[in-house]
Design a protein around this ligand. Structure first.
Ligand SMILES: [Zn+2]
Length: 125
């Protein structure tokens, strides 16, 4: 398993489809100026809202944390590094005036869409 960004995962596509169905428009896999070497899963440019759908394995979801037995320490370090990077990314985005919403891939798509939609509507007020 390579440490590359997996594009267009099923949970990500499901959320995008649901948001689109609700009439929301966004950019996907977007680069943000000032945020080097990072791409965001879903970007609402005007509202400055960013959405990430985090994979349970790579991002270390507490419910589905299952570190492989082989090379356990190496995996644990990889996952910890990803989490640290997530925090740094969130912090940087906040400093840049973006609001970040993160969801686990295991989360219900409608619940996630509700939260995104409410956040967008609030931002538009
Ligand atoms: Zn999970």
């Amino acid at each position: 398993m390579a440490m590359v960004r997996v594009r267009d995962t099923a949970p990500e596509l499901a959320l995008r489809r649901e948001l689109h169905r609700r009439g929301l428009r966004y950019r996907v896999d977007a680069a943000i100026p000032g945020l080097p070497r990072r791409r965001v899963d879903i970007l609402f440019t005007k509202q400055r809202i960013v959405v990430f759908i985090d994979g349970c394995f790579w991002h270390g979801c507490s419910r589905h944390r299952s570190i492989p037995e082989n090379n356990r320490e190496w995996w644990a370090e990889k996952i910890a590094a990803t989490r640290t990077r997530d925090h740094t990314t969130d912090h940087t985005l906040k400093e840049m005036g973006y609001q970040t919403l993160r969801f686990w891939e295991h989360e219900d798509v409608n619940t996630a869409a509700d939260i995104v939609e409410a956040t967008i509507r609030r931002a538009l007020d």
